[in-house]
Design a protein around this ligand. Structure first.
Ligand SMILES: [Zn+2]
Length: 375
């Protein structure tokens, strides 16, 4: 819990469009109290922090993680990640335990993901049998069970049926899951790492496509459909790169992709989605799980993802928006995502100007979670 008054002087604030003039930001308790032009003085407050002319950003939001222990949270907050959207957790007890950790990132969770009978989630990744959805008629049961668990949204594993057969959810089942989620006022996030899966998910009108196809670039018609339907992309390029490297390029043995895995397809698709006006948000798929396709470090990987998104064509400001204001607005995190009076004091102080050089986000000098300094 934040206590007392902290005054951060001599900082430029990330406004969502760029940087402010030199400013003074006052934190009282858990919230931002004021943001004013720097008066040039030393500042008042129980604690005064000299920002050194650096940049004060909202706490970073990672829109795709998996959590397994308190160490994941500590690594995240050390790197400025203050909100984490879990995209598939083995148990709600685990999440409840992590939510009880003090001064740690906020956690939202999908709980168990919806997956096909014979899918990797239950056969290899350790998710409970309740994760399995047997067909369209089973969708309401699955979503009702997640609602009873208290999840924040529904995660759907979409795969290429031509590659996976019965180990892939079919189109009618994905449709039924999305309808059941929306009937319960929950968003639907689809795991899509192939063009075929992305098409099934877009047809079903999911809210969010997470990952991006590795087997081919998204066809122009599908990019247009994603944009027209207002779907959101969380490409997790850092995971896509890891999977592609592990698979050894086009000769990979990934059954999910019929052997065709190329990171260049993922990058090209992100470029196309961005150019079509699709909101591209920052997610890493960070995990410390045994059985995951590729280990990704919590926290630091978000900075890798920002860099990869800039390489794919986002401006640094656009990439930063994808880790701050955009997920806050799109995922009902309206108490955060901007350095604005009244919002939660989740803040990251960095040296330099990340709106010019995205790598500057790594030069972290301070992190606050709900007003409590954690770094
Ligand atoms: Zn994931």
């Amino acid at each position: 819990m934040g206590s007392g008054v902290t005054t951060i002087v001599n900082v430029r604030v990330f406004t969502g469009d760029g940087l402010s003039e030199l400013s003074t930001v006052v934190i009282g308790g858990e919230v931002i109290v004021s943001v004013t032009a720097d008066a040039g003085g030393e500042g008042d407050g129980d604690v005064v922090v000299d920002g050194g002319g650096g940049t004060l950003m909202p706490g970073l939001i990672d829109s795709h993680v998996h959590l397994f222990g308190a160490g994941d949270l500590e690594r995240a907050s050390t790197w400025g990640v203050t909100t984490m959207l879990d995209m598939g957790a083995p148990s709600m007890e685990l999440i409840a335990g992590l939510r009880a950790v003090p001064d740690a990132p906020t956690i939202r969770t999908a709980g168990l993901p919806a997956s096909a009978p014979g899918g990797m989630q239950t056969t290899r990744m350790g998710f409970a049998r309740d994760s399995v959805v047997t067909g369209p008629g089973d969708a309401e049961r699955f979503v009702a069970a997640r609602v009873a668990d208290g999840v924040d949204y529904i995660k759907i594993i979409a795969e290429d049926p031509a590659a996976m057969g019965a180990a892939a959810l079919d189109g009618p089942t994905i449709d039924a899951l999305v309808i059941a989620a929306h009937t319960n006022r929950l968003r639907a996030y689809a795991h899509v790492t192939t063009v075929a899966a992305a098409q099934l998910a877009a047809t079903a009108w999911v809210d969010v496509l997470t990952h991006v196809a590795l087997d081919a670039g998204l066809p122009a018609a599908l990019v247009t459909e994603v944009a027209a339907k207002g779907l959101v992309s969380v490409p997790t390029l850092v995971m896509m790169r890891g999977v592609a490297e592990k698979a050894g390029g086009a000769s990979g043995d990934l059954v999910t992709h019929r052997g065709v895995v190329d990171f260049a397809h993922a990058v090209a698709s992100v470029t196309a989605l961005h150019e079509a006006g699709v909101a591209v948000l920052v997610g890493t798929d960070s995990n410390s799980a045994p059985g995951s396709p590729f280990g990704i470090a919590h926290g630091e990987s978000l900075h890798d993802e920002l860099g990869l998104l800039v390489e794919a064509g986002l401006s640094p400001v656009e990439a930063l928006r994808g880790a701050t204001v955009l997920p806050a607005r799109m995922f009902d995190l309206r108490d955060r995502g901007a350095v604005t009076p009244g919002l939660r004091a989740d803040l990251v102080l960095v040296e330099g100007d990340p709106t010019v050089d995205i790598a500057a986000t790594r030069a972290i000098r301070g992190v606050w979670i709900a007003g409590a300094r954690v770094r």
